[in-house]
Design a protein around this ligand. Structure first.
Ligand code: ZN
Ligand code: ZN
Length: 292
């Protein structure tokens, strides 16, 4: 696991084991706030060791940026620490959390054996909340688009934005909505953060912030244009060519996220296409009864 300092008393941990998942730690004299956990307890354990080495007071809050499994399976290592998340994060975990954990455990039993699912204790709605701890002010706001329960955390004093999976090396919308994600990224642009911590991949530093947001927005526009064209064409071969448009044509490197980028991109195109096709079918007027 990679560990680095992002700002004064803000630390970042990046998984070696799965998709460069990140977790953030904000340390104050009155306790720490942990933003997400590692995909496997083995690595979250190392965050606990880091806290012990620094003789940091307890973790006062754990924040889930969204309900996806790769960010929350370390929560049982912080028993008694209240978890803060969007209300829909709690609903998703209540509805599908145990089932998802059982499926994940079947794939990697050794790494997930000790995981006990924890639900958020404090929930937010679509608005905004302020959390003041020590000298840090955390502005927590709804940031949907990658999923409907996404929240982002802006540490005002340091101008560090924790974007969750609303910003990743490849924007992913298979469980979300590209237009909502675009609106979220535009809100990030307006905030003008100094640093962005993404849910996966390297931290984005000053000077790269606006360009990385523009790249993500352009990508979302392009995939929607491609899908609209694929829907409009009556030629199935042309449609297949469109749905296999290379990720590099959409402005994102093929090697992003450890080479996972083309697969994530193909899934975006396929899911948007299927969704648009379904909504067209639902909107289509019923065929009128045949007249005599
Ligand atoms: Zn996610
Ligand atoms: Zn993720």
């Amino acid at each position: 696991m990679l560990q680095e300092r992002v700002s004064s008393d803000i630390y970042l941990f990046t998984s070696d084991l799965y998709a460069q998942v990140t977790a953030g730690l904000i340390v104050t004299p009155e306790g720490a706030v942990l933003i997400d956990t590692m995909p496997f307890p083995l690595e979250t354990e190392q965050i606990l060791q880091f806290l012990t080495r620094r003789s940091t007071p307890t973790v006062r809050y754990l924040i889930f940026t969204h309900y996806h499994a790769d960010h929350i399976y370390g929560a049982s290592l912080f028993p008694g620490t209240p978890i803060l998340a969007h209300a829909r994060c709690r609903e998703h975990l209540l509805a599908h959390g145990e089932e998802g954990l059982a499926a994940a455990r079947a794939e990697v039993p050794d790494l997930l054996e000790s995981v006990v699912l924890r639900l958020p204790d404090i929930t937010l709605d679509n608005g905004e909340a302020l959390l003041q701890l020590g000298e840090k002010t955390l502005q927590i706001f709804w940031a949907p688009g990658h999923s409907d329960d996404g929240i982002a955390i802006y540490v005002r004093e340091d101008q560090v934005l924790f974007a969750g999976d609303a910003l990743t090396p490849v924007p992913t919308v298979v469980d979300g909505d590209p237009n909502l994600l675009k609106a979220t990224l535009e809100r990030f642009q307006d905030l003008e953060p100094d640093t962005i911590v993404r849910g996966h991949g390297e931290v984005i530093l000053r000077g790269e912030v606006q360009e990385s947001l523009r790249t993500a927005i352009r990508y979302l526009d392009l995939i929607q244009e491609i899908v609209a064209e694929a829907i409009a064409t009556s030629d199935p071969r042309q449609r297949d060519v469109l749905l296999r448009t290379d990720i590099e044509k959409c402005g994102i490197s093929r090697v992003a996220l450890g080479g996972e980028a083309p697969r994530l991109h193909a899934a975006n195109l396929r899911s948007l296409y299927n969704r648009l096709l379904r909504s067209r079918a639902e909107q289509a007027p019923r065929t009128p009864g045949r007249r005599r």
